[in-house]
Ligand binder design. Structure first.
Ligand code: TRP
Length: 327
């Protein structure tokens, strides 16, 4: 029996290179080894986008196409949408009964969201209970491991506390304590040298056309002291292109460093070369994605099949939980 994992992503739009290298490639590897459940967290998207809910469906489609393009295979893993599996909400309701309010109020990731969104006194209950819903997602599958980025670790710790608490209160071991499987490369720098993110507009969208990617790459931050090609460069002082090169093509990085420092490689030429590396790296992705996008019903069909499989597992969990609670 393979061990079960669950992970989710909020449908916030087309995925960028940071998601692709950091999260998706990890998912693709994990689907070989684990009984894997990958979830479109649309209820979680509503915690902050309740008034822009109209864009969620389209984002869901874009995101699942990105998953399929990256190599997630419906024959190997289960892809589904959170709101299609009502057991998440059911379990959430039961978990709120055993969750002290102080636990959600002190959760650092929730605090960060409240600060970033500048919500102050206007926090909706859905956002405050974000970690409880996430715990319900994980516990619905009695998942043993959860692939996440480092920023999600407090949420996972929260889930582990709830698991211990549930098992203790009701005197049965319904749930295993899930372990984090940390994503690699999760801090891919954006074009300006800060963390890559859509809200900072420093990202490269993986489903963009090659000419768009080439244009975006030309805006990347490079050594400001290197104005002309023959100026000596300082590639390790934050040059974004150098960092991408190192990640995508480490074999010749020493050589590139020397050429940049000695003034035989200019920033423009280097940007062009690295843009081609990105495009080449995404070639398989782009053609696979285009294949799945041809038939507009593909994503809906995959999610419908996925939600049936997910409901079977989550339904069994709810049965066990009702038995344990005695309702
Ligand atoms: N909170 C996660 C994020 O923003 C998304 C998510 C929702 C998730 N439910 C989950 C991740 C369950 C892992 C497991 O990235």
């Amino acid at each position: 029996m393979k061990r079960r994992i669950l992970s989710g992503m909020r449908p916030t739009g087309k995925l960028h290179l940071g998601h692709y290298l950091g999260v998706l490639q990890n998912y693709v590897r994990l689907q070989e080894e684990y009984d894997s459940y990958f979830m479109v967290a649309d209820l979680h998207a509503l915690t902050t986008k309740w008034c822009e809910s109209g864009s969620i469906r389209e984002s869901r489609r874009d995101m699942v196409l990105d998953w399929l393009g990256a190599g997630l295979d419906p024959a190997k893993c289960t892809m589904f949408c959170q709101s299609d599996v009502p057991q998440h909400a059911y379990l959430f309701a039961l978990l709120t009964m055993i969750t002290p309010v102080s636990w959600v109020e002190r959760n650092p990731t929730v605090k960060e969201m409240i600060r970033d969104l500048d919500l102050k006194g206007n926090v909706n209950l859905g956002l405050l209970s974000y970690p409880v819903l996430m715990a319900a997602d994980i516990m619905a599958y009695r998942a043993e491991a959860v692939p996440v980025g480092r920023d999600q670790v407090p949420h996972l710790e929260f889930t582990r506390e709830l698991v211990r608490s549930f098992n203790h209160i009701y005197g049965v071991d319904v749930f295993p304590e899930p372990q984090a499987v940390l994503n690699e490369f999760q801090m891919l720098v954006g074009l300006d040298g800060r963390k890559m993110s859509k809200s900072l507009d420093n990202h490269i969208i993986v489903s963009d056309l090659p000419e768009v990617i080439r244009k975006r790459m030309m805006t990347a931050y490079t050594d400001p002291l290197k104005v002309r090609r023959d100026d000596p460069g300082h590639p390790e002082d934050g040059c974004v292109i150098y960092q991408y090169h190192k990640l995508l093509h480490p074999a010749d990085i020493q050589d590139i460093k020397t050429q940049c420092e000695q003034g035989s490689l200019g920033c423009v030429a280097h940007k062009k070369a690295v843009a081609e590396m990105v495009i080449e790296r995404l070639a398989g992705f782009s053609s696979r994605r285009a294949g799945f996008a041809e038939d507009p019903s593909t994503v809906d069909r995959i999610l419908a099949e996925g939600s049936l499989k997910a409901s079977a597992v989550a339904g069994e969990t709810v049965r066990l939980v009702r038995e344990a609670v005695g309702i």
